[in-house]
Every structure is written in structure tokens, then in C-alpha cells.
Design a protein around this ligand. Structure first.
Ligand code: NDP
Length: 398
């Protein structure tokens, strides 16, 4: 039985809090803290057991240290923004508390995300006897587990990996993002990188596309190749991979809006002066767009996210597809959130559960695929994200 401190009361924070609150035996006490405590209280009011709330600026290490020292949690679940990863890791080290997040560190002033900054904490965490689990959301997170599970149970050696993330949901707005708009737009406008023959190859954003028909009637969608952070750790930890790509579905309206916003400079991260004030265009755009946490009641349809792996088993080539389908409205009925936050928040809860139950607890900084996928995959089935495996599926990917 444990006490956890969740930092960040956005779309994902709401789901993690709901899911942890459902498991009283594992998460005995919960504290939810964020920049704006009113948002924590709003989430707390939706639960059927009391939790504590607090205000914290997670950019400020001493504020974090003060909060963690007062709360004395067993671990911190960081579902604030990627900008806060390092300050929260520093505060965990200073207070002797385990750490988990769902997205890798990204500096505020450079649209660049990579694991190097957090991997550099490996020795510090190891020496302190503390664990940091990186990227325990869906992608990264569940997709890392899917890959590790397929590699463990279906292959002697894996050669190609295609992660396919389809969101067949419709929220009815002409343009909105399903998670934090600033992070989402920085991610999708970045240069595409995929792994091929031992190195990352760069291509222009959104320049490679194909159509993909999801199983179970979810539909056929245009999917676009883009860079995603789990490619960095998966290609490192599965060196037999010759090619690894990430694909995401986007509707035509989303892409058209993004193109226009980019053309007029609204997705820029450099401050511009307006009426004597410094304004960062993408931050101003975030203020105009619908709050992702508000999309829940309006979003209909399903997500279908999975991994297609090819490789060798007993000297024969084969293909395995492992996926989860998640229904936006079912998520809303359960935790008052749409499926994007749900599919991120559930793996964050399960990752924390794995650590607190000792199934995964080991000092150091770890990506998900470095840990045994079996207990995690079992819990995915139990706690709302059931998955299906198809051996030698009928489709062929480009
Ligand atoms: P939101 O913007 O909805 O929520 C972020 C929350 O963090 C907000 O409550 C925000 O406060 C709070 N916050 C921001 N800055 C600070 C700060 N300095 N101090 C304290 N709190 C702060 O984002 P999401 O919930 O959509 O995403 C949360 C995280 O999950 C992100 O890191 C995102 O990249 C990650 N993610 C991971 C996915 C995966 O599959 N691995 C998928 C989707 C998201 P305020 O309300 O005041 O702005």
C-alpha cells in the first residue's frame, strides 16, 4: 500500500488520478498537484474517494522539494509537460522518491525531444537507489511494451517495426488537438526521422503517406510517417531492428489547418513583440484552441494503436500485429475523458503499479522495453486497454 504524488491536472492527469483512485489496495493515498489547484479540485470532486490537492510550480525545484518533503510520497507520477521532466527528476533525487513520466524531456526554447538529457541521470538514480521509469503512456509506453512482448513471445530476432497510431475519433471542431496543443503541434511539425540500416534518416514532415485499414471495422485512414520518441529507445534496445517507423493518422481538415497556421507563423516558438509585449505564437494559439480535457463529452469513435513486427522464428520469416482498440465514449463514461488521455493515463497507472508492487522496481533510469512486458500486458487487459495479437495479418505495409 502506497502514497503517490501526481503532478499535472490536465487531460492525462485526470485519467491517472481516476484510475489510481479505483485501486485502493495499491494506491492507498493520492495527492494531485498542479500549477492551478482549482483544476486538481475539479478532478478530485469527480472521484468516489477523497484525495488531497496542492498547488506547485513544477519548473521550480525548491517548490517541488518543499511539496514532496511535506507529502512524503513513495513515488511521483509526472503528467505535467515534458518541459518539467528534469526539474521533477532533480526534486525526486533530492527527496529520495521514485519517478515516472509519459513523455521525454523537451527544452522550452528548442523544438527538439530526445532521451539524452534523461538518460544522463542513470548513475544518479542508480546511486540513490531510486527508479525512474520513462515514457509510461501509450506511445511511448504501451507501444514499447507491445514491441517487447512480441519480440519475447513470437520471434528469435526482430527485423522491422511499424508503430501505427490511428485516431478514428471525431470531436466536431474544425481544428483541435487531442492532447496539449503546444506539445502536439511541435511534434507533428518536426522533421520526420525513421530508422533504416543502423541510422536515422530524415525526410520532410508529412511527406510519406499510405492508407491503413484497422481491424474490427474501425475504418480506413491515411497514415503519415513521422518521428516519435520511442523509436530512439526501441532501436537502441533492439539492435537487430533494420527498419523502424512510426505512423499516425491525420484527417485532411487537421492537416489543412496546420499548414495554414504554419504558413502564417502561428506555430512558431520564437517570441514576437506585440503592443510592447513578448508573445510566443504557439502559446497564444494554445490559448485559442479547445482545451483537450474538454473534448471528452464531444468525441465519438475509436482509436486503434498497435505494432507490426517482422522477423525470424525457427528460421522462418513471419509478421505479428498487436493492437488495442479504445472507444472514446466508453472512456468518457468511465473517467470523464476522451480516449487519447485515457490510453495515456492507464499505462501511467499500470507503470506506477508495476513499480510499487516490486515487479519492476530497480534503481536507475529505464525505458519500458528494458523491463519484463508480461505483468504489464496482463494489467492492460485488466484495467481498460485489452489487446489482440494477429499472426501473419493479411495487410502489407509500404
Ligand atoms: P495538458 O496540457 O492537458 O495538462 C498538463 C498539465 O500540467 C496542466 O494541468 C498544466 O497546468 C500542468 N502544468 C504545466 N506546467 C506546469 C508547471 N510548471 N507546474 C505545474 N503544473 C504544470 O496536457 P496532457 O494532459 O494532454 O499531457 C500531459 C503529459 O502527457 C504531457 O507531457 C504529454 O506530452 C504527455 N502525453 C503522453 C502521451 C503518450 O502516449 N506517451 C500521449 C499524450 C500526452 P495548467 O492547467 O495550469 O496549464
Amino acid at each position: 500500500m502506497s502514497k503517490i504524488l501526481i503532478i499535472g491536472a490536465g487531460g492525462v492527469g485526470g485519467v491517472v488520478t481516476h484510475k489510481c483512485a479505483q485501486l485502493v489496495d495499491v494506491f492507498e493515498e493520492i495527492v494531485l498537484a498542479s500549477r492551478n489547484e482549482a483544476k486538481c479540485k475539479k478532478i478530485a470532486a469527480q472521484l468516489n474517494r477523497p484525495i488531497e490537492t496542492a498547488q506547485v510550480d513544477a519548473d521550480n525545484v525548491s517548490e517541488l522539494v518543499e511539496l514532496i518533503s511535506r507529502v512524503k510520497p513513495d513515488m511521483v507520477i509526472n503528467v505535467a509537460l515534458p518541459y518539467q521532466d528534469l526539474t521533477i527528476m532533480d526534486a525526486c533525487l533530492e527527496t529520495g522518491v521514485h519517478y515516472l513520466d509519459t513523455a521525454n524531456y523537451e527544452p522550452l526554447d528548442t523544438a527538439k525531444f530526445e532521451y539524452s538529457w534523461q538518460w544522463a541521470y542513470q548513475q544518479k538514480f542508480e546511486k540513490a537507489g531510486l527508479m525512474a521509469l520513462l515514457g509510461s503512456g501509450f506511445d511511448p509506453g504501451a507501444t514499447n511494451m507491445f514491441t517487447a512482448y512480441i519480440a519475447k513471445h513470437y520471434f528469435d530476432e526482430i527485423h522491422t517495426l511499424d508503430i501505427i497510431d490511428v485516431n478514428g475519433g471525431d470531436h466536431g471542431y474544425p481544428f483541435a488537438t487531442n492532447f496539449n496543443p503546444e506539445i502536439n503541434i511541435r511534434e507533428v511539425t518536426a522533421e520526420c526521422r525513421h530508422w533504416e540500416d543502423g541510422q536515422f534518416v530524415e525526410t520532410p514532415a508529412m511527406s510519406t503517406q499510405q492508407t491503413f485499414t484497422c481491424p474490427e471495422g474501425v475504418g480506413t485512414y491515411n497514415i503519415y510517417r513521422m518521428y516519435h520518441e520511442e523509436l530512439e529507445s526501441l532501436t537502441k534496445h533492439f539492435p537487430s531492428l533494420k527498419k523502424a517507423q512510426f505512423w499516425m493518422s491525420f484527417g485532411d481538415a487537421y492537416l489543412k489547418h496546420l499548414e495554414v497556421l504554419g504558413n502564417v507563423g502561428m506555430t512558431g516558438i520564437e517570441p514576437v513583440e506585440y503592443n510592447g509585449q513578448q508573445i510566443v505564437p504557439i502559446q497564444f494559439l494554445k490559448a485559442l484552441l479547445p482545451d483537450p480535457a474538454s473534448l471528452g463529452p464531444r468525441t465519438k469513435g475509436k482509436t486503434c494503436i498497435g505494432c507490426v513486427v517482422t522477423g525470424i522464428k525457427d528460421g522462418k520469416e513471419k509478421t505479428v500485429y498487436l493492437y488495442n482498440i479504445c472507444d472514446h465514449q466508453q472512456c468518457y463514461a468511465e473517467v470523464q475523458s476522451q480516449a487519447i488521455s485515457y490510453t495515456t493515463g492507464v499505462p501511467a497507472m499500470i507503470g506506477a503499479k508495476m513499480m510499487l508492487e516490486g515487479k519492476w522496481m530497480k534503481p536507475g533510469v529505464w525505458n519500458m522495453e528494458q523491463l519484463d512486458p508480461d505483468p504489464f500486458m496482463e494489467d492492460m487487459n485488466k484495467y481498460g486497454l485489452p489487446w489482440v495479437v494477429i499472426e501473419d495479418p493479411e495487410f502489407e505495409l509500404a
